[in-house]
Every structure is written in structure tokens, then in C-alpha cells.
Write a protein that binds this ligand. Structure first.
Ligand code: HEC
Length: 126
């Protein structure tokens, strides 16, 4: 009986050691990730941004949604034309007359940086 208890305790200790070891490992990794985190804005093309324009904006800015100030975002040409109105960048930065996406949380900083870098690069399609 005593012997069995000892084995149990040893097993428990082993499990605890692993748990401590693992939690410290993931903690280190998270810290590294945060420190090394950079927003990659190099070489952005249109397809890198469709998860924003087509998945978020297009819900309200489809072709024909003229009551949304003529801002349409169905494809590359429409997104480009919308941006050329000069309204998109200030509005997503919440510095314009409207805050976009409308009544939704502001886009993450990195998304805005990517869009701005893409505009500055001349909005390459491919
Ligand atoms: C939930 C719906 C909705 C979503 C999502 C949305 N918009 Fe809008 N957007 C609107 C409405 C409504 C207006 C018209 C506001 C008005 O004139 O009263 C508008 C207007 C605009 C305008 C013109 C504003 C002006 O200054 O005249 C821009 C630019 C714009 N949206 C960009 C975007 C971008 C970029 C996104 C995606 C990041 C986006 N919108 C997502 C509803 C939306």
C-alpha cells in the first residue's frame, strides 16, 4: 500500500514538472512573438487586401449602393476608384467625416498600415 502511494506521488511530481516546464515555455514564446512583431507592408498587391475590402467593406459597398456615397468595393477597379475619391484613408483612420467600417470597430492598425503602403506604392493589382 505504501509503495503504491509513493509511485503515485512520483507520478504527480512528474506531471507537475512538465506542467511548469510547458507553461514557462509558452510564456517565453508569447513574449518573443510580441517583441518580434512587425507589420509586413512590403510588396502588397490587391489580393493581399481582399480580406478587408471584399470581406468587410463590400458587405455595404456593393455596386449600386449609391446611397453609400458611391463607394463601391466589388473588385480592383472599384476599390481603386473609391480610394481615388480621397475619402477612404481618412475614414478608416477615423480622421475623416465618417468612421469606417460604419458603426463597427476600427480596423487593426496593421490593416490600415497595409492599405496606406499599398496606396503609396500606386495600388498595384498584381
Ligand atoms: C455596415 C455597413 C458599412 C460597412 C461594413 C462599411 N461601410 Fe462605408 N459607408 C457606409 C454608409 C452607410 C456610408 C454612407 C454614410 C453617409 O453618407 O451617411 C458609407 C460611406 C463610406 C465612405 C464615404 C464617406 C464620406 O466621407 O463621404 C467611404 C470612403 C467608406 N464608406 C469606406 C468604407 C470602407 C473602406 C469600408 C471597409 C473598411 C467600409 N466603408 C465599410 C456603410 C458601411
Amino acid at each position: 500500500m505504501k509503495y503504491v502511494n509513493l509511485i503515485l506521488i512520483l507520478k504527480l511530481l512528474l506531471v507537475m514538472c512538465f506542467a511548469v516546464h510547458f507553461s514557462s515555455c509558452t510564456f517565453d514564446n508569447e513574449e518573443d512573438l510580441l517583441e518580434d512583431y512587425v507589420c509586413d507592408t512590403i510588396g502588397i498587391v490587391y489580393s493581399d487586401l481582399t480580406y478587408i475590402f471584399e470581406d468587410i467593406c463590400q458587405e455595404c459597398h456593393k455596386t449600386g449602393d449609391t446611397y453609400r456615397d458611391g463607394i463601391e468595393m466589388d473588385d480592383y477597379d472599384e476599390v481603386k476608384a473609391s480610394i481615388n475619391t480621397g475619402l477612404v484613408l481618412p475614414d478608416i483612420k477615423h480622421e475623416g467625416s465618417f468612421k469606417m467600417p460604419y458603426q463597427r470597430p476600427k480596423l487593426p492598425d496593421c490593416d490600415i498600415e497595409k492599405i496606406e503602403a499599398w496606396i503609396n506604392a500606386g495600388m498595384p493589382e498584381n
